[in-house]
Design a protein around this ligand. Structure first.
Ligand SMILES: [Zn+2]
Length: 429
């Protein structure tokens, strides 16, 4: 494995959560960051990072990478129509092996726009793990779980999730349990998942309070909000990651804060599907750990975290008529540093001695970023993703000077088109 000495760069790190910019040399040794060389005689490849910002790679805390083939496939339709009549029929006809290529397509966009780690919720045995293994991305892979009983109708997916964990788990690939939502999983199954997650030391992620319909149905069925319901059945804890949390009511945020769970906000997906705007400023005020996700491209329709960061800030300034809401330092922290607490991993989301070398190089001479009056602001308000010049994950370049090193773009496009033509024919019948 090549070791690197990165010189002349401007380094963005976080000290107690606050962003700090410094000119400093970084050493990358065995995939880890060091501020000083380990040995005088160690050999490094020197990387000149003049006019580059070196920052922690972005962490996309909620996505469905395999869904990337459905980009712009079902737009401008109601949520229930979108999910049940458009997305699910495609999933029903997509061959398992196709999900390798569609996941890889998603990872291509993520790397290109500066994401180094993603948390996936997928439903195709092994494909997400295989694609992440081959692209070199860091991934927390969650098998989507649905049904009444984890040990009966949910068993094949659950056992496959454990098989994937057994086969692929490493420092770079980790596995979580992902019950889809309270409306697609029974109370029994959710309790079983919580129990198995504790038993296997796995994190769990679920969609929660995404739409008004979900909340109204839960109030009718259980007489309580989805958040209270999950709390009462013992599902919520600090190992829980809650995607969406758009329709918060009453003491929902207090319950989440007390549980120690983290929230992933997906502002573009929520807006595009007409589900509303999550109360992120209130989450921030409560001290809840908030991270950012793109959701899948069927509902976003991009996996570009920089666009998500921009939208998250602007939508709250506009909707709340408050230009001080969601400042850029909070947004940049939510897209990087906050993932560390949610994922219980001190080695990601920051540039510190001994951290995983998951770093991106941003071109400070890009027209969209120049002049560099305020680099933190520029990441939130000016960057569009094209400024990402190079991406290193686990000490290995996966993109260098704009060239993808682990993905054959033409092959991916060919395979995705081939499989999607097949699916369209099948769903038309
Ligand atoms: Zn989702």
């Amino acid at each position: 494995m090549t070791d690197y000495k990165i010189i002349n760069g401007t380094v963005l790190s976080f000290q107690e959560g606050a962003p700090v910019l410094e000119q400093k040399t970084l050493y990358i040794e065995d995939g880890r960051i060091a501020f000083f060389p380990a040995h005088e005689d160690r050999t490094y490849e020197t990387v000149d990072a003049s006019r580059r910002l070196i920052m922690p790679g972005l962490v996309n805390m909620h996505t469905h990478a395999y869904m990337t083939l459905m980009r712009n496939y079902a737009d401008d339709v109601p949520f229930q129509e979108w999910l049940f009549n458009r997305v699910m029929p495609v999933e029903d006809h997509l061959p398992t092996e196709a999900a390798y290529w569609t996941s890889m397509l998603g990872m291509m966009e993520m790397i290109r726009t500066g994401t180094t780690t993603f948390v996936d919720m997928h439903m195709y045995h092994r494909q997400s793990a295989l694609a992440a293994r081959d692209t070199g991305m860091r991934a927390f892979i969650g098998r989507g779980l649905v049904g009444e009983d984890l040990y009966k109708d949910g068993y094949s997916r659950f056992s496959q999730a454990l098989e994937e964990k057994e086969e692929f788990e490493s420092g770079r690939l980790r596995f979580i349990l992902s019950p889809h939502a309270i409306y697609s999983c029974s109370e029994k199954l959710l309790c079983q998942v919580a129990e198995e997650a504790r038993k296997h030391h796995m994190l769990k992620q679920t969609h929660l309070s995404e739409s008004v319909t979900e909340v109204e149905d839960c109030l009718k069925q259980h007489g309580k909000t989805p958040v209270r319901y999950l709390q009462d059945i013992g599902f919520l804890d600090s190992e829980t990651i809650l995607a969406h949390c758009v329709q918060m009511q009453g003491d929902d945020l207090d319950i989440i804060r007390a549980s120690g769970a983290s929230i992933v906000t997906n502002v573009a997906s929520n807006a595009k599907l007409g589900n509303g705007i999550a109360p992120v400023p209130a989450m921030q005020a409560k001290g809840i750990n908030v991270c950012i996700g793109t959701d899948g491209t069927a509902s976003n329709n991009t996996l570009n975290m920089l666009r998500e960061m921009n939208l998250l800030s602007l939508i709250h300034k506009g909707a709340g008529r408050d230009c001080m809401a969601m400042p850029s330092d909070y947004i940049v922290r939510a897209a990087t540093y906050n993932a560390s607490a949610a994922l219980h991993d001190q080695q990601i989301g920051n540039i510190t001695e001994g951290a995983c070398a998951d770093i991106i190089f941003v071109d400070l001479d890009a027209p969209s970023l120049f002049p560099n009056n305020n680099i933190i602001s520029s990441l939130c308000y000016s960057a569009n993703g094209s400024e990402v010049d190079s991406v290193m994950i686990d000490g290995r370049f996966v993109m260098r000077k704009g060239e993808l090193l682990t993905i054959d773009k033409e092959r991916v496009y060919h395979e995705v088109e081939k499989y999607f033509d097949h699916v369209k024919k099948e769903t038309a019948q």
